[in-house]
Write a protein that binds this ligand. Structure first.
Ligand code: PLP
Length: 396
């Protein structure tokens, strides 16, 4: 048989998939070797709050096992809208919210409904690895604006402005950023908002790490004047509440756009499980009956680990880390060791069984850097830093 596939298959296979080769090797090795330390993925090692798990179990026992409203159950849409209104001052309601299986799907829904063949989506790089396929699946082209390491991986107005063409439909941003840990300031977001208004563009703002900021306030671009009408904000519970496996995310935007999301979900998903959504309402609730504050405790843990790792790693000659402002990752510049990021990541795994990601997969600006994840326990982290030191000393 000649296997023929649709043109879409080429658009969704790319660099992003290849980036995970070393990580896959490491996870496979870790199955039989407890000595392997995985610092190449952002799946929190912390536990989903018990109260959230209990709510899901209760809902299951109460037979919440049937079809649900395609756009998400009303109590959850209301809870998401309320939280985001509190944060932004924008009066969002249930009809502005689409519940999705994770932030990843919210990104997919957004790009599918905002761009298509012939269009361009502009995103500053380094950027999260799935963005390329998430944009290209629509038939649109991903255009990258550099955020060089020399500029602290921060956005540059000129680079972004120059990348805008008559075909640009959307600017896609991430704050805090994975992999760089940069949280965009009010001034940077204003610059991006000005570009969006001037060129009449949408903004997709990925804020999945928005509850994981270290000692600063999270700013959403939707809160800026005139931006709510042209912004779709995507986020979820994966990172804030250690709920990656639950697949709870959302997209918040103008109700006209959410109506299109609803149509897309109708032909693709036909709704999400009720019991996970019921539990998600508890994750977003305040007080003793909710787990909203649990996210603060988790953030403090990541911040502590980040300090711990950076103070150890920055003492190693040849290495320097970019201090993250949020999230669960840090970028480490390995150029001083004379190794490329790929040589460093592969060599480190071979010699010391510690897996980190060659950050080049996130964009050319990340060349010479590897990404470290803090989703591992403190003692493992300390051990990993010691092994990294030994590896570098052995090579330089
Ligand atoms: C920047 C960014 N966006 C989206 C996602 C996907 O998150 P979710 O588990 O909510 O789909 C991730 C996961 O690592 C991420 O780092």
């Amino acid at each position: 048989m000649t296997m023929r596939f649709s043109p879409l298959v080429a658009r969704i296979a790319g660099e992003g998939a290849a980036a995970w080769a070393l990580h896959s090797r490491a996870t496979q090795a870790a199955e039989t070797d407890p000595d392997v330390i995985i610092m190449s993925v952002g799946d929190p090692d912390l536990e989903t709050p018990q109260i959230v798990k209990d709510a899901a179990i209760r809902a299951l026992q109460e037979n919440d096992t049937h079809y649900t409203t395609v756009a998400g159950v009303s109590p959850l849409r209301v809870a998401v809208a309320r939280r985001f209104s509190e944060q932004t001052g924008v009066p969002y309601g249930l009809e502005n919210v689409m519940i999705t299986p994770g932030t990843q799907s919210a990104l997919f829904f957004s790009s599918m409904c905002l761009a298509g063949p012939g269009d361009e989506i502009l995103a500053p790089e380094p950027m999260y690895v799935t963005y390329e396929a998430t944009v290209q699946v629509t038939g649109a082209k991903l255009v990258r604006a550099p955020q060089p390491a020399e500029n602290g991986f921060r956005p540059i107005e000129q680079a972004m402005a120059e990348a805008i063409t008559p075909k640009t439909r959307v600017i896609l941003i991430t704050t805090p950023n994975n992999p760089t840990g940069v949280a965009l300031t009010h001034a940077e977001l204003s610059m991006i908002a000005d570009l969006a208004r001037e060129h009449d563009l949408w903004v997709i703002s990925d804020e999945v790490y928005g509850r994981t900021l270290f000692g600063r306030e999270h700013v959403s671009i939707a809160a800026l004047p005139g931006m709510a009408e042209r912004t779709v904000t995507v986020a979820g519970l994966s990172k804030s509440h250690a709920m990656t496996g639950w697949r709870i995310g959302w997209a918040i935007g103008p109700r006209e756009l959410v109506a299109h999301f609803d149509n897309l979900a109708l032909c693709m998903l036909y709704g999400l499980p009720g019991f996970t959504q019921t539990a998600a309402v508890v994750a977003l609730a305040d007080g003793p009956d909710g787990a909203w504050d649990a996210a603060d405790g988790m953030r403090d843990i990541y911040q502590r680990r980040c300090r711990l790792a950076l103070s150890a790693l920055n003492q190693i000659s040849g290495l320097s880390c970019v201090e993250p402002e949020g999230g669960m990752f840090a970028m480490m510049d390995v150029r001083g060791t004379g190794m490329s990021a790929a040589e460093f990541a592969n060599g480190l795994f071979e010699a010391e069984k510690v897996s980190v990601l060659d950050a080049t997969a996130f964009g050319p600006s990340a060349q010479g850097h590897v990404r470290l994840s803090f989703a591992i326990a403190d003692d493992r982290l300390e051990e990993a830093c010691a092994r990294i030191g030994r590896f570098v000393r052995g090579r330089t």
